[in-house]
Design a protein around this ligand. Sequence first.
Ligand SMILES: Nc1ncnc2c1ncn2[C@@H]1O[C@H](COP(=O)(O)OP(=O)(O)OP(=O)(O)O)[C@@H](O)[C@H]1O
Length: 382
Amino acid sequence: MIRFENVSKRYADGTTAVDDLSFEVAAGELVTLVGPSGCGKTTTMKMVNRLIEPTSGRIFLDGEDIAAGDPVELRRRIGYVIQQVGLFPHRTVLDNTATVPHLLGVSRKKARARAAELLDLVGLDPSVHGERYPDQLSGGQRQRVGVARALAADPPVLLMDEPFGAVDPVVRERLQSEFLRLQQSVRKTVLFVTHDIEEAVRLGDRIAVYGAGRIEQFDTPATVLGAPSGDYVAEFVGADRGLKRLSVTPIEESDLEQPPVVRLDDALPKELGARWAVVLDADGDLHGWISEEHARGRTGTVREHARRMEAWLPVGASLKHAFATMLQHDAGWIAVIDEESAGRFLGVLTPQSLHEALRRSTAADLRDVPRAEVELETVPGS
Ligand SMILES: Nc1ncnc2c1ncn2[C@@H]1O[C@H](COP(=O)(O)OP(=O)(O)OP(=O)(O)O)[C@@H](O)[C@H]1O
């Protein structure tokens, strides 16, 4: 969808901002450009919508060399979100969002109706926030309007330059989750600039890690974290990259252990055969758990002695989420269920299997990377 071919940019004062850059972004892919200040991320992005022209090399959008066409026409196909949102101060939020489609010839009524839908999509209530002016919104709400406005003309490509940089960390995390959810439904081709590695890892299908004017590594978050291409990337992603990797590795069914299982309506067994067992209902759904200590010497049914399960997660949740849940409930294991099939119990994850899962994902992602270059950190407590 977007292809850079040997692109360089030298500014008039001799600064080489981007040096012989070649990469490709697939349709519907979200690529984060991450790196320290001044490494050329913004320059890269602004060459895509021709706010900056390259000194050499070519950029293709959907197979067409962008230098050949009209820049205004080009920008209609590209949404642009920046940190200083740039909303019109004297227009309401709804009008701000409807402006571009209206300029493109959509009737005012239709443009406003679409704007209301988009505000809703980014988590703003059009009937409440739509009639306000930009200075009557919080920073996070203004950023949401920025995203809604960029989507208003339904462009296939979105360029986002530190869009969540100006808000506090809690709001930023919320905006990131909302944006990820939104991207799942709109599937735009996105270039997203950030200097925050956490943000890059969380949002990117792939990450381009920049050194001065060049991409040092361009790969999935899991691979960048599991096998940094060299000292520069290793240092940039941070010494805690093993922990960061937890957040990009989902729990898979094959990671799970199978503990003893008892049914709710069974008679209490004499021995559980383990320190604890999982309790399922007649449909195989998770009910809770029972401990050997609690069951020993007692009679009756499992139901009378079972405890409710607090620590559980759906399959597909991240290993980080699993680890956090274990800590939160002070639990040595957590149950994993299949939400798609109404909560069917699949198995449990322990610190041991969590560590194994991390190893498994590293091995799977890094098939082509020599073993000696793969670094893993152990999970604390395992
Ligand atoms: N108009 C310009 N004239 C001269 N040099 C420029 C110009 N714009 C940017 N530069 C330089 O080009 C280099 C890359 O700048 P760019 O804005 O692309 O970096 P960045 O990675 O986006 O940085 P930041 O994270 O700080 O925004 C920097 O050294 C910058 O000083």
